[in-house]
Design a protein around this ligand. Sequence first.
Ligand SMILES: Cc1cc2nc3c(=O)[nH]c(=O)nc-3n(C[C@H](O)[C@H](O)[C@H](O)COP(=O)(O)OP(=O)(O)OC[C@H]3O[C@@H](n4cnc5c(N)ncnc54)[C@H](O)[C@@H]3O)c2cc1C
Length: 382
Amino acid sequence: MDADVAVIGLGAMGSMTAWRLARTGASVLGFERYGLAHDRGASAGESRLFRMAYHEGAGYVPMLRSARALWTELAAASGLPLFHATGCLSIGLPKLPPMRNVRRSVDEHGLDHEILDHDQLAARYPQHLPREGEIGVLDTMGGVLRPELAVLAACGQARRHGARLFDHTPVESVRPEDDRVLITAAGTEYTVGRVVLTAGPWTERLVPSLAGHLTVKPIVLTWFAPTDPAPYAPERFPAFIRDTDGTHLFGVPMLDGMSVKTGFADAWGDLPGPESFTRDFDEARLRPVGEAVRRLLPGLHPDPVRYAVYLDAYTRDRTAVVDRLPGTDRAVVLAGFSGHGFKLAPAFGQIAAELTLERGTGFDVANMTASRLLTRPAGKPG
Ligand SMILES: Cc1cc2nc3c(=O)[nH]c(=O)nc-3n(C[C@H](O)[C@H](O)[C@H](O)COP(=O)(O)OP(=O)(O)OC[C@H]3O[C@@H](n4cnc5c(N)ncnc54)[C@H](O)[C@@H]3O)c2cc1C
């Protein structure tokens, strides 16, 4: 045996899995087809929102609490500034389903928060133009993560605990057998006890049974320059997520001294697969983001100073697959994080380690089974 476990794909999920596995004393091999913290997948783009008051459902809060503790542990162990505690502001009409989930998250789980009515919101955060009736919920545990640093930190900690990680090493095949798993990577064969598949948008190449159940989507990030930078500094401008008149906007404060990242998620269509990835983008498609900025964030110049294109894999129900691979007890798959997985990555890494080594996890992942997708006909998530 070359190792107890191999981790395939070292983006957010794979790097965190390698870290959580290696610190148990398991021997770990990790494979990444590009460089570590590269910018062709789902885990780059300078910043990621961390939210505890969760638009997607209050059921995520226990996992988010664990993730936040693990982010703190990783930042301390690596000495890297992975998290900016800016808070995260949710803005919208209270009756909207995401805002109701935010209220449920804070009420049911006793999260530290502040509720701002329309006038308080406008007075405290004049950078935003709230609509009549909109409120703000300030999630004081929220903030901004640094994705590239986080991947490097997790890989660094995995190596510190003995993991052998290979970058620029594509895995060509994974063959689970009764008593081991055979892996071919860059022409070399490895034998391991178990495997964790964390290939993000490339998952279908390694897990053909998921073909048709994951859709690769580009996500375009856009950065806008403020007319006056001072109000957009992290101390004055929390990360935010906003739903206004059908526009879903997210953003983070100015981290580079000259621009604010804000944009749309899940508004850029589908790709046939990750090999169709291109950084060339018809800039006319960015105009709606500029128009939203003009309407909702009037202190920013409405033409982006730059944009960048990334990828993520989506499931039909926007819930990830975190499960053993059906048909073998030697493989765990983590996939389909649907544009909101980064903040939870260390918790998912912990879960993957538990599913691999202990054969079960204390986290509630009952809604993340592979079987829920596989029992339905393959089709686009839409
Ligand atoms: C632009 C953007 C903004 C986002 N914003 C947020 C946010 O604010 N908050 C949040 O929580 N989430 C956010 N998300 C979602 C989150 O970032 C992703 O869900 C998460 O990063 C997915 O990580 P992953 O490890 O599954 O995929 P990836 O990071 O893509 O990792 C997969 C890795 O596997 C490697 N790989 C693939 N095939 C092979 C192979 N055969 N051999 C070796 N290596 C292989 C790839 O090169 C890649 O490095 C955002 C996503 C995007 C794209």
